[in-house]
Design a protein. Structure first.
Length: 323
């Protein structure tokens, strides 16, 4: 891999392949604001990147600084390889990675006008006007100001005026929100993992008896709220299992290390050390991005089976506990 300690470009197109870039790729004069960056092979960039257009054609890419584009960060549809972004990614227009043979990992937030991802892992949250996700993992929230489409993905939570879901959707947090009624494709299943024993599953241990995923009903679990001010009125629909989660917590069932696992994923490279989960006799499984990435994609692909629970609870048991 050829090392580049300083970037000097005469034209408006920087081509990188089999390069280690020791500096940031940032404009020094106004003419470089229109510069494109194209990845044509394995590349490591140790600083931040600013480009008019950032294109990934093939290979393994690692960017250790933040990335911002004027137009688009784009992965070609025929691209093969992977990309690892250590810090936030933003674009004035769009972030698009839909190649079936490409895996993109974002260790921080994504902010753009339009975000379309496939086979991607996002440790932070996504903020955009329009968002489309397919076969993705988002540890944080997915927040769209206009439209949101989710297909066969695991996400923390979502909030959008218009939401369309299909296939199997898993929520990591107890509640999600929309303005309009969610558009559901026939055969879609929605599960909540708030009471799943993710810690035991991550370390390969047996799941706790009173744990599991809760199948949600968009009819039964919908709660409509009206927000009013002096000038406006807005209806918000929430889809929540929060009552079941609170009841379970009163029964001391929420001992699954879920928060520790998700927090380690969302903090990513910000952590000063790597933590272990499930330490016994000095042995544990490191909470690295790669291990967490593999774990959630194994759930998504059905390689890890989470037992199902009804989410029902007994008020008698709760009363007896505190009497």
């Amino acid at each position: 891999m050829k090392e580049l300690k300083e970037i000097r470009v005469n034209d408006q197109r920087l081509l990188l392949g089999d390069n280690l870039v020791k500096s940031s790729i940032l404009p020094r004069v106004s003419s470089e604001l229109e510069r494109d960056v194209v990845i044509q092979g394995d590349t490591i960039i140790e600083g931040a990147v600013y480009a008019r257009y950032f294109e990934i054609q093939k290979g393994k890419l690692e960017v250790k600084g933040a990335v911002f584009t004027q137009i688009e960060l784009h992965v070609n549809n025929d691209a093969k390889g992977s990309a690892l972004f250590h810090k936030a990614v933003g674009s004035t227009d769009s972030v698009v990675s839909l190649a079936p043979s490409f895996r993109a990992v974002f260790q921080a937030d994504i902010n753009a006008k339009q975000v379309k991802l496939r086979n991607a892992f996002v440790a932070g949250s996504i903020f955009a006007d329009e968002i489309v996700l397919e076969d993705c993992i988002v540890i944080g929230g997915v927040f769209a100001s206009l439209n949101l489409e989710i297909n066969n993905s695991i996400i923390g939570t979502f909030n959008s005026p218009v939401v369309r879901i299909s296939k199997t959707i898993h929520l990591l947090l107890p509640s999600a929100f929309s303005v309009e009624k969610i558009n559901v494709i026939q055969g879609t299943e929605l599960y909540n993992l708030s009471l799943a024993d993710l810690g035991s599953l991550f370390t390969g241990k047996e799941q706790t008896k009173n744990s599991g995923k809760i199948k949600m009903s968009l009819e039964a679990d919908e709660l409509k709220s009206v927000l009013r001010s002096d000038e406006t009125q807005q209806i918000i629909r929430s889809y929540s299992v929060i009552g079941k989660v609170l009841a379970a917590d009163l029964l001391d069932l929420d001992k699954f290390n879920n928060h520790f696992l998700l927090t380690s994923a969302s903090l990513g490279s910000q952590l000063l050390k790597t933590y272990d989960l499930g330490i016994e006799n000095g042995e544990g499984k490191p909470l690295t991005i790669q291990n967490i990435f593999d774990f959630f994609f194994d759930i998504l692909l059905g390689k890890i089976d989470i037992q199902e629970m009804s989410g029902d609870f007994s008020m008698k048991d709760i009363v007896e506990k505190f009497s």
